[in-house]
Design a protein around this ligand. Structure first.
Ligand code: FES
Length: 434
C-alpha cells in the first residue's frame, strides 16, 4: 500500500514541538501546498514554521500522480461556458504560472524532473476534443489535436499541451524541506486568533495558512458545504513498453498514464469517498488485458478535495478569522495548483496585488444548484443507518472493503478498522471503535 514515491524517496525527520515557537507565518500541514507556501514565504524574507499532524507528505501528496500541468481534463470548454472568458483565462494563466514556477524550482533540484507533453484523450468521441480545442483557441493557448496515440487501446485522439512536466515529489520535498522549520507529529488542536495550540506547546504567528488538505479549523468558511472528497487509485507496473508523454482520459473515471523511470503508473477507478468505485480491481483488469507480462509492484490510493465549480479555494479562510488563510479544493491537480497557491498567498500576506487573488477567493459566489446537490449527497448519509457515526458532523460511515476502512461519504473523513483517523476533516480518531 506504500506509494512508489514513498517507497523510493527519502524525507528528513523533524522532531515535534515541545514548548513555544514564534514566526511571522505558521503553516499548518506539510504536504506539497504547505511546504511550498513556507518555502515561498521564507524566500520573500518572512520567518515561517510548519506544524504537521503526522509526517511530511503523509497525506494526499504521498499518493499524487505528480504531473505538473495546466491541462486538467477538458476543463476549458466547461469553464468558458459556465464562468466566462475572463475566469477561464485566469485559471489557465494561474496554472501556467504554477507550472513554470514549480518547473524552474524542480529543475534546479535532484528530483527526476523532466519536461513532457500532457495529453487528454477521448476513447470514442472526437467532438469533445474539437470543442476543447476551440475553447483553447479563444483563450489564446497553442494546444494541438493529436491522433495515433501510443496507448494500448484505441482512442479518438487527444488534445496535447506541450512542454508540461513531471517529477518525483518526495525527492523534491526532501530537497526544499531541509531549509525549513518543521514540527512533525504536532497536530494543531485549536487556534486563538493566529496563535496555535498543540499537544505540547504553542505557536505564535502573525499569519496562519491552513494547508491541511480539507480545512478543519472550526466550521468557519463553510468548506464542508462547498467541497467533497474523492478517492482514486494507482498501480505501478514494471515490464511494460516505454510510453512517451503523460495521458489522462476525458471521460469521468477514465485512466491516467505516465512513466516514472522503468515503472508505468496507471491511475483510475475513482469514486466519491464513502461510495463504491472500480478501485484497484479495475486497474488490475486493464493491466491484465493490455500488459499481461508486466508485474504490479505498487498499489496505492489518493484522496482529493473537489470544489463545486472546478476552481480551488485560495485566500482568506473566513471573514470571522482575520490573518488566517487557506489553500484547498485542488480537484486532483495539487502539484501545479499548490505552487500557484503559494504565490497567491505570499502576495496576499505581503499586501501585494496578485492577478489571481479574487479568482480563487474562498468566499466567491457558488452556484446554489451545485451547493444544494452537494448538501443533498451529504444529507442522505446524515440520516442513513450505520453502526458507526463520523465524529465530524455525525454522518453514517460506510465500510470500504477494498481498503478496510470506515469512510464518510459526507465530507470524506476516513478511519481504520480500529477507529484511527486516516483522513480529515474529522478532528480526531473514533475511540469507541477499539
Ligand atoms: Fe463530515 Fe463525516 S466528514 S460528517
Amino acid at each position: 500500500m506504500k506509494s512508489l514515491w514513498m517507497d523510493t524517496g527519502h524525507l528528513p525527520y523533524f522532531p515535534p514541538l515541545w514548548g513555544e515557537a514564534k514566526a511571522d507565518v505558521l503553516v499548518i500541514g506539510a504536504g506539497m501546498a504547505g511546504i511550498l507556501c513556507a518555502w515561498t514565504l521564507q524566500q520573500a524574507g518572512l520567518s515561517c514554521v510548519v506544524a504537521e499532524a503526522a509526517t511530511i507528505a503523509s497525506g494526499a501528496t504521498g499518493g499524487t500522480s505528480a504531473k505538473i500541468t495546466a491541462q486538467h481534463g477538458l476543463i476549458y470548454h466547461t469553464l468558458l461556458q459556465t464562468q466566462g472568458k475572463a475566469r477561464a483565462k485566469g485559471y489557465l494563466e494561474a496554472n501556467r504560472m504554477g507550472l513554470e514556477a514549480l518547473s524552474a524550482l524542480a529543475a534546479s533540484l535532484d528530483c527526476d524532473f523532466q519536461r513532457e507533453d500532457h495529453i487528454v484523450y477521448s476513447l470514442t468521441d472526437s467532438t469533445v476534443l474539437q470543442r476543447e480545442l476551440s475553447a483553447l483557441e479563444i483563450l489564446g493557448y497553442p494546444a494541438e489535436l493529436v491522433t495515433g496515440l501510443p496507448l494500448p487501446m484505441p482512442t479518438a485522439g487527444g488534445i496535447r499541451f506541450p512542454n508540461q512536466a513531471r517529477f518525483h515529489p518526495i525527492q523534491f520535498l526532501n530537497a526544499i524541506a531541509q531549509d525549513l522549520t518543521i514540527f512533525e507529529n504536532t497536530p494543531v488542536r485549536r487556534l486563538s486568533g493566529t496563535t496555535a495550540f498543540t499537544d505540547h506547546g504553542r505557536i505564535q504567528a502573525k499569519y496562519v495558512i491552513a494547508a491541511t488538505h480539507f480545512p478543519f479549523l472550526r466550521l468557519a468558511g463553510g468548506y464542508f458545504l462547498k467541497q467533497y472528497q474523492q478517492r482514486s487509485y494507482v498501480i505501478a507496473l514494471k515490464g511494460t513498453p516505454r510510453l512517451d508523454g503523460m495521458y489522462l482520459g476525458a471521460q469521468p473515471n477514465s485512466l491516467s498514464f505516465r512513466m516514472q523511470g522503468d515503472f508505468l503508473l496507471l491511475g483510475g477507478g475513482g469514486h466519491r469517498t464513502g461510495q463504491q468505485g472500480g478501485g484497484w480491481a479495475e486497474l488490475e483488469r486493464f493491466a491484465g488485458t493490455h500488459y499481461p507480462h508486466a508485474e504490479i509492484t505498487h498499489r496505492w490510493a489518493a484522496q482529493d478535495c473537489m470544489s463545486l465549480d472546478q476552481m480551488p479555494y485560495i485566500g482568506p479562510y473566513s471573514h470571522r478569522m482575520p490573518g488566517v488563510y487557506v489553500a484547498t479544493g485542488f480537484n486532483k491537480w495539487g502539484m501545479t495548483t499548490a505552487m500557484a497557491a503559494a504565490r497567491i498567498l505570499r502576495d496576499q500576506i505581503l499586501g501585494r496585488e496578485n492577478p489571481y487573488g479574487q479568482l480563487f477567493s474562498p468566499s466567491r459566489h457558488m452556484p446554489p444548484s451545485r451547493a444544494m446537490a452537494n448538501a443533498g449527497e451529504a444529507a442522505k448519509d446524515f440520516f442513513a443507518l450505520s453502526p458507526k457515526r463520523c465524529p465530524h458532523l455525525g454522518c453514517a460511515l460506510r465500510w470500504n472493503p477494498q481498503e478496510h476502512s470506515w469512510d464518510c461519504p459526507c465530507h470524506g473523513s476516513r478511519f481504520s478498522e480500529t477507529g484511527k483517523l486516516l483522513d480529515n476533516p474529522a478532528p480526531r480518531s473514533r475511540k469507541e471503535f477499539r
